[in-house]
Design a binder for this molecule. Structure first.
Ligand code: FAD
Length: 468
């Protein structure tokens, strides 16, 4: 029909996976079409994920560090929080980035088609645009449809007081009594924000620790600081019901002792996980296999069971992280352009941008134990870091995990301010096959938190023994 479009490479979804794939394919000379249902590019990450949450977490850190500096003679008084202005600033950060993406797409002559796309065949997608249906045909396709928040059957999700992370980022309103269901990265980041902005926050987590996936010793300093700030952190606790009433949301939960308790909240954030969008794009029409849970399985070149169709990002599996999606997007685009490329990253770092941050990559101690893997470690407590002490934030810890056979770094975890920045060095060390001597002999600037990586390596080697 009129306005139909053909792309050598068509990318479905414009999140970090999709835009990275589209731009890379265009840079490699392909004629690219990018399909996105929303007018704003950037997907979950830029619009309602990584970026807006970090803007609010920055605000939270400013507030709580100011509060805590009162112990050391610096008093600002109670913060006066103007939620409306804060929201506008957060939105402007998002707009700057999503607007930038539009410019980058234009520069590369990537055609953006706005509307919801569904496969109609092995070489075609039908897009519901604002002016009718458009057919987009392709030689090769990259599926980057992302994921969405999981909903629970016993929760009244249509009540405006019940929100997902998307609603929580709107800060509308900042409630008095806030319940966060799910103490994973997203839930605990939002708990951090709402606590700083004045809410009484209760976190309910089913597992035996917040941030399941991170080693327990690394979560402890965060849990300790936040236990002092939040109303409660209930671990090993299951939410069994939520009733929406006039006076609030009545949340019933069952603790490890089997006792049930009901508490009333003004807002409930449900952050119990995300489910992939693989089952919502008519993949079967293209012959692409989708698992029962909505994931699309791919090989090490990001290829689905249909050789000219690729998939990347949250839709293909865990970890659901933007930097994994970006890396996969580039791999898929390069393979589409005929390059010999495969996903062969050794590690994908994980970061909770809480305060303190918790970051880890490679093998964790818990995983090593599970797999019967022999490990050795070097641990450096931040009480012995001059920089951490001068930041008034010495609760951190840096841990490196080594293969005892050859002293190579195979994992690492950091809890403390800026841990997310610091973990990149550990990821590089693992990718490069660095060993303890490499990290111990690299001169790190003094006084910085980055020295704690150097010191953890020296602790392992035994070249530092007496800390204070
Ligand atoms: P998405 O970003 O989900 O993008 C998919 C896009 O495809 C969307 O724009 C969607 O509208 C579009 N789409 C889907 N189906 C169709 C269709 N049929 N037709 C047209 N368009 C379609 N990750 C990090 O690494 N760091 C963080 O700090 C971080 N913070 C987060 C905070 C929050 C609150 C949330 C919710 C997530 C966070 N994440 C973070 C996770 C990160 O956002 C995702 O891993 C990432 O966005 C996945 O990218 P993607 O390209 O796979 O898909």
């Amino acid at each position: 029909g009129s306005g139909d479009v053909h792309g050598e490479v068509v990318v479905l979804g414009s999140g970090p996976g999709g835009y990275s794939a589209a731009f890379r394919a265009a840079d490699l000379g392909k004629k690219v079409v990018l399909i996105e249902r929303y007018s704003s590019l950037g997907g979950v990450c830029l619009n309602v994920g990584c970026i807006p949450s970090k803007a609010l977490l920055h605000a939270a850190k400013v507030v709580t560090e100011a509060e805590e500096m009162s112990e050391h003679g610096l008093n600002f008084g109670k913060p006066d929080i103007d939620g409306e202005t804060l929201r506008k600033w957060k939105d402007s950060v998002v707009q700057q980035l999503t607007g930038g993406l539009k410019g980058l797409a234009k520069q590369r002559k990537v055609t953006v088609v706005e509307g919801y796309g569904t496969f109609t065949g092995a070489h075609s997608i039908e897009v519901e645009t604002s002016d009718g249906k458009k057919t987009v045909t392709f030689d090769q396709c990259i599926i980057a449809a992302g994921s969405e928040p999981v909903k629970l059957p016993f929760i009244p999700h249509d009540d405006p007081r019940v929100v997902s992370s998307t609603g929580a980022l709107e800060l509308d309103p900042i409630p008095e009594r806030m319940c966060v269901l799910g103490g994973g990265i997203i839930g605990f980041e939002m708990a951090t924000v709402y606590d700083a902005l004045g809410s009484d926050v209760t976190v309910i987590e089913m597992m035996d620790q917040i941030l399941p996936g991170a080693d327990k010793d690394m979560v402890k300093p965060l849990a300790k600081r936040m236990e002092g700030r939040l109303k409660a952190i209930h671990t090993k606790t299951k939410c069994t019901g939520v009733e929406a009433k006039d006076d609030g949301l009545h949340v019933t939960y069952e603790g490890p002792d089997g006792n049930s308790q009901t508490e009333v909240f003004d807002k409930l954030l449900v952050s119990v996980g995300r489910s992939p969008n693989g089952g919502k794009i008519g993949a079967d029409k293209a012959g692409v296999a989708v698992t029962d849970r909505g994931f699309i399985e791919v090989d090490h070149q990001q290829r689905t069971n249909v050789p000219h169709i690729f998939a990347i990002g949250d839709t293909v599996g865990q970890p659901m992280l933007a930097h994994k999606a970006v890396h996969e997007g580039k791999v898929a685009a390069e393979v589409c352009a005929g390059e010999k490329r495969a996903f062969d990253a050794r590690v994908i770092p994980s970061v909770a941008y809480t305060d303190p941050e918790v970051a880890w990559c490679g093998v964790t101690e818990a995983q090593a134990k599970e797999q019967g893997l022999k490990i050795a470690k070097g641990v450096f407590p931040w009480q012995a870091s001059g920089r951490a002490l001068s930041n008034a934030r010495s609760e951190g810890m840096t841990k490196l995990i080594f293969d005892p056979e050859d002293d190579r770094v195979i994992g690492g975890a950091i809890v403390g301010t800026n841990a997310g920045e610091l973990i990149a060095e550990v990821a590089l060390a693992i990718e490069m096959g660095a060993d303890a001597v490499d990290l111990g002999h690299t001169i790190h600037p003094h006084p910085t938190l980055s020295e704690t990586v150097n010191f953890a390596a020296e602790m392992f080697e035994g070249t530092i023994t007496d800390l204070m």
